[in-house]
Design a protein around this ligand. Structure first.
Ligand code: PLP
Length: 458
């Protein structure tokens, strides 16, 4: 057995579903603390383990590539953030896009989370995982009428509306259904956001997201005037992998100022303020985000407002709770460089090629030697890599590598490019594990394709 902590699950957080009965047996006095995102994956005598399960065992039984998640790490991240925000009137609405696996959604539902969704597909997943519409806020810059209808029928808590046109369409759809649409305006607070990649910034001037700040008051007036819209809140989401609090501080203050302006005249009373997600996790050697400080900052600005605060964390809850297991297929040298060719690539983990993102890579059982190499996948693209020019374990064909911190924006961005079936997802809980998403088969790849074509005449 590897030397890892035995998880202690908080009573009351364990319900039916993915969590294990082991939880009920553990007591705070008899067991070491719950593994955190940082300690859920720890080396033991059988190599790297997730909680109490050696990852080599999972690779043997389930095969590679495969995603593996630690339920203890997700629970712990949720607890840390909830405690940081403290007694503020708030709810954490987990951002489904980060990892939409049903098992993860059920786990978070059992902890009390709501959800932030961006599509009808995510709404479908949310309902399947046992959430009610009232647990859900619906974000997204391009909602279709069909998605609006589905969300209205489900009774979502709020539509985070991103443009005046969207507001008019939503008003029409609500009329058609004989309903009223609860709305928060997603406003672009136009703040400076420092993130590792420009693609993860959303709250700067000129971005496609949100209503431009100087138009927000006029759009609010429209929302108030529309007969089937209830304007209930304001919303922002400034970006992702944010480790400074200034964008939140400045953005929230701008939104609170806007709230005062909107409420002046007494035609609207806002009840909700959604401050988005974006909290960073540690991928390499970055300084960890001071979540306690984040909580203090938020409480100080919104504490006395009487508003219901919505926070939409994605990456923070699941990013460091996952690894991608991949097998080394080949080694080769080319142009004076070493290559480690693995059975996972951009089709399983897009972040390195899309965001130039850094993920730590380590052998499950290191042999003590290292080399500088490009770790590349099997996909027919030069941009298919997991790491470039990186000092890594000098792994040989057959060795299994763990690509760390892949719990967020990993599996959800996987594709079938090169007709590669998507990998399975495995959830670990203490000393046991379960496949929560099956590996795709070749038949899955062609499921929607027709052999007999139903031609239509024009
Ligand atoms: C509207 C919205 N909310 C929340 C999130 C979650 O961000 P993160 O995973 O960085 O917490 C995103 C991610 O892009 C988003 O677009």
């Amino acid at each position: 057995m590897p030397q890892v902590c035995t998880p202690v699950y908080k009573r009351g957080t364990v319900g039916k579903g993915v969590l294990t009965p082991l939880a009920a047996k553990a007591t705070a006095s008899s067991s070491p603390p719950e593994p955190t995102a940082a300690t859920a994956f720890i080396a033991g005598p059988s190599g790297l383990a997730c909680e109490q399960v050696p990852l080599a065992r999972i690779a043997d039984e389930i095969g590679t590539p495969a995603y593996v998640y630690s339920s203890a790490a997700v629970r712990e991240q949720y607890r840390i953030l909830s405690e940081a925000v403290g007694n503020l009137r708030h709810r954490l609405h987990y951002s489904v896009k980060a990892n939409s696996s049903r098992a993860i959604l059920e786990l978070l539902r059992e902890l009390g989370a709501g959800l932030d969704i961006v599509s009808g597909g995510e709404l479908y997943r949310a309902l399947k995982a046992g959430f009610k519409g009232a647990d859900v806020v619906f974000s997204g810059v391009g909602k279709t009428e069909r998605e609006m209808e589905e969300a209205l029928a489900a009774g979502v808590l709020l539509f985070n509306v991103e443009s005046e046109e969207e507001l008019h369409v939503l008003d029409r759809v609500a009329l058609r259904l004989g309903m009223r649409a609860p709305v928060a305006l997603r406003v672009n607070p136009e703040v400076l956001v420092d993130t590792p990649h420009p693609y993860t910034r959303t709250g700067e001037k000129g971005m496609k997201f949100g209503i431009p700040f100087d138009e927000a008051l006029a759009v609010a007036a429209t929302a108030i005037a529309l007969p089937n819209i209830d304007l209930l809140g304001l919303d922002m989401h400034v970006g992702s992998q944010i480790s400074q609090f200034a964008p939140y501080e400045v953005g929230i203050k701008r939104l609170l100022h806007l709230r005062t302006e909107i409420e002046r005249g007494g035609k609207a009373k806002l009840t909700h303020l959604d401050i988005g997600g974006g909290l960073a996790v540690t991928y390499n050697a970055e300084t960890e985000v001071d979540v306690g400080k984040f909580g203090e900052v938020i409480r100080e600005i919104v504490g006395g407002t009487g508003l219901n605060i919505i926070i939409e964390p994605g990456r923070f809850l699941v990013g460091n709770a996952g690894v991608l297991l991949t097998r080394v297929l080949y080694r080769k040298r080319s142009g004076g460089k070493q290559f480690i060719i693995t059975d996972a690539g951009m089709t399983e983990l897009l972040r390195p090629s899309h965001y130039n993102a850094f993920h730590r890579i380590e052998a499950l059982v290191p042999n003590g030697r290292t080399t500088v190499a490009d770790v590349v996948g099997p996909v027919c693209e030069s941009g298919d890599f997991l790491a470039l020019d990186r000092q890594v374990d000098d792994a040989a064909p057959g060795d299994i590598l763990a690509v760390r911190s892949t719990g967020a924006y990993g599996f959800v961005m996987a594709s079938n490019y090169n007709s590669r079936p998507k990998p399975p997802e495995v959830l670990v809980d203490g000393s046991r594990f379960a496949v929560v998403t099956e590996r795709e088969s070749y038949a899955d790849l062609v499921r929607g394709e027709r052999a007999d074509l139903d031609w239509r005449e024009s």
